[in-house]
Design a protein around this ligand. Structure first.
Ligand code: ADP
Ligand code: MG
Length: 357
């Protein structure tokens, strides 16, 4: 996908000027939107017989991105991608996005700040257009702290799914096979390289091949899983395979066993060496791939919507004394797998200070 520019913001802008610019740039119509940016509320029109799904995600400077490290297009892309990935995990179709944005006061007064904002919206818009998800509203405010204020964004995604059909984390069943889309560990590997370089990637002409900067939410694969009734349970991997698999297992009341040799490790992770590659594939977060279960009897396609599907293990009954997750290693032994990916407030995550998650 090529990035294209939002018209650069030439003059000093106030809140109203910025909203007007956003309205102009994002006014593409959509059947799902009866009324978009410009009134007190948006009016959405979900398809007949659909349920409405809603998810919200913060993107906070210093926690999820660093202004000195991430190109602004990536920040806008990732902001929307997080919400889209949650919709993908439920098999939902996006209807509209809403963005609440707080910017340091000086940002709209200086051309470098306005350039940052324009590039942020370019990244967000490019991904929105790719998945035909319009921006239907939001809020804009000055963040506290004067020039030292932070950029804070909160995205709300509204989607739809046929009544009763949305994929959940809670319906995995003993005997099911366990699958992932795409490859694992690429995002954490790219981030590790960025942190080592400590230098901002100034511009990237395309979004491809950058699993950390430009993750690809698996909307089409999620919709296909729902439509073809292939999956019993599904979750998106925002926190890493080990952590998100633990969520699925707890929520479904089951255990899981994965096979180390079956893990599809991303080439960027492989470059880190065998041991680090495995670590990254198991525990590195933000791949935004889907992790799902399906009855072993289902003939699973090798790819869905152009994304490879890999069987990585199976689901087992919960029994006392049985670890929640185990891993079968290539020498045939079984090790207990601990959730080692990112868990907020748990103190488990390594390099916590370094990771802008
Ligand atoms: P109100 O004060 O009634 O909440 P605002 O002045 O905040 O209205 O917003 C005016 C319109 O612009 C609304 O439709 C709102 O959804 C939209 N809007 C405000 N900020 C953003 C933003 N950051 N992104 C998209 N739409 C926005
Ligand atoms: Mg408002």
């Amino acid at each position: 996908m090529l990035l294209h520019k939002m018209a650069s913001l030439q003059k000093p802008l106030g809140e109203l000027g910025l909203i007007e610019q956003i309205r102009r740039e994002f006014s593409a119509g959509s059947k799902a939107i009866t009324l978009g940016i410009g009134d007190d509320c948006a009016i959405l029109h979900p398809p007949a017989g659909a349920e409405v799904l809603v998810t919200t995600d913060f993107t906070l400077e210093g926690r999820h991105f660093r202004r000195d490290l991430h190109p602004p297009e990536s920040v806008g892309h990732r902001c929307l991608a997080r919400g889209l990935s949650d919709l993908a995990a439920m098999g939902a179709t996006p209807l509209a996005a809403f963005l609440s944005l707080a910017l340091p006061g000086a940002m709209l007064a200086e051309s470098a700040g306005r350039d940052w904002v324009a590039r942020f919206f370019s990244g967000l818009r490019a991904l929105g257009e790719l998945h035909r998800v319009p921006l239907a509203g939001g809020d804009t405010s000055e963040s506290p702290g004067g020039n030292k204020g932070l950029i804070l964004a909160d995205i709300v995604l509204v989607g739809s799914a046929p009544k009763g059909a949305a994929l959940r984390r809670s319906s995995g069943t003993a005997g099911d096979a366990l699958y992932v889309t795409g490859q694992l560990g690429g995002a954490a590997a790219e981030l590790a390289t960025m942190l080592k370089r400590q230098r901002r990637i100034l511009k990237t002409p395309t979004t491809e091949g950058h699993p950390h900067l430009f993750p690809e939410p698996r909307l089409d694969a999620g919709e296909a899983l729902l439509r073809r009734q292939l999956a019993t349970a599904c979750i998106d991997m925002s926190d890493g395979l080990s952590t998100d698999l633990a969520h699925l297992c707890r929520s479904s009341g089951v255990c899981a066993e994965i096979e180390q040799a079956a893990l599809p490790i991303h080439p960027l992770a492989r470059k880190l060496g065998t041991e680090a590659a495995l670590e990254t594939a198991l525990h590195g977060g933000e791949d935004y791939e889907l992790l799902f279960t399906a009855p072993a009897s289902v003939l699973m396609p090798t790819s869905l919507a152009g994304v490879p599907i890999t069987r990585i293990g199976s689901i087992k009954h919960r029994r006392s004394g049985r670890p929640l997750m185990t891993m079968l290693t290539p020498d045939g032994s079984r090790v207990e797998l601990q959730p080692g990916g990112w868990e907020h407030f748990s103190g488990i995550a390594k390099d916590r200070k370094k990771r802008p998650h």
